[in-house]
Ligand binder design. Structure first.
Ligand code: DX5
Ligand code: ZN
Length: 234
């Protein structure tokens, strides 16, 4: 499907819950994605792991292509790769709309941002919990999305690390208003409001959404806890 990503349109709808498909039933991805569309998801988060930068493997290009074929939702692709620059083009061709790279492997991400923009996608920068926010701050206004990890990446279902909150506050203060300020890891009922208060506007959530029996009710609940008012909740 052809998708034209419109960051300003996404920004008009914040706070946004960004479902991580890592927690989905991979035998039934089509059903999961249709359900997420029906409950009002406006973006999907796809976790790409290489077994080097993170101690786990997830899925790769063919799965992103398959997802692209069945949904017009923007695809926010989180590259947990030791060499993300080698894969920007293939993931863009597969259908990624946002490509996020880790500061730990690209201490100056601006050349990667240039490549991502030339490919027609939006650019994100990600930092892990132990990485000082100062590593990211110089680049926040070069990126479209700034993602703060609230767990060490590699696995879903981990507990939220509050070290992310102070980082998000600093990023929110340094970033222009037109940035997606995202958080990823352990986001659920107990933590989404804390991240929202710190300044996040895009909330990646895996197990706390897709692990629940009533995904629709949980989606709406998380959105409300993130500060969405009732009229924007579907
Ligand atoms: C972790 C991934 C996350 C993960 C979040 O490495 O980057 O996107 O899916 O899962 P939860 O929401 O279960 O912590
Ligand atoms: Zn992620």
């Amino acid at each position: 499907m052809n998708v034209v990503l419109n960051i300003s349109q996404l920004l008009q709808s914040v706070p946004l819950v960004n479902p991580s498909l890592l927690a989905a039933d991979f035998a039934d991805l089509r059903t999961v994605i249709k359900q997420l569309e029906e409950v009002g998801a406006q973006i999907l988060h796809l976790d790409i792991m290489d077994g080097h930068f993170v101690p786990n493997l997830s899925f790769g290009v063919p799965v992103v292509e398959a997802i692209r074929r069945i949904t017009a939702l923007p695809l926010d692709v989180h590259l947990m790769l030791a060499n993300p620059e080698a894969f920007l083009s293939v993931f863009r061709k597969a259908g990624a709309d946002i490509l996020s790279v880790h500061i730990e492997v690209l201490p100056d991400p601006r050349p990667a941002f240039d490549t991502i923009r030339k490919l027609g996608a939006a650019a994100g920068i990600v930092s892990n919990p132990p990485t000082p926010v100062e590593a990211v701050l110089p680049f926040v206004n070069d990126a479209d999305l700034i993602l703060t990890m609230s767990v060490m990446p590699g696995f879903g279902g981990q507990s939220f690390n509050p070290v992310a909150l102070e980082k998000i506050k600093r990023i929110r203060s340094a970033a222009d208003a037109d940035k997606l300020i995202s958080v990823d890891g352990g986001i659920g009922d107990e933590t989404i409001a804390l991240a929202a208060q710190a300044g996040a506007n895009l909330f990646v959530t895996g197990t706390a959404l897709l692990g629940k029996p009533d995904v629709k009710a949980q989606f709406q609940r998380l959105r409300r806890q993130a500060g969405a008012n009732g009229t924007h909740c579907q």
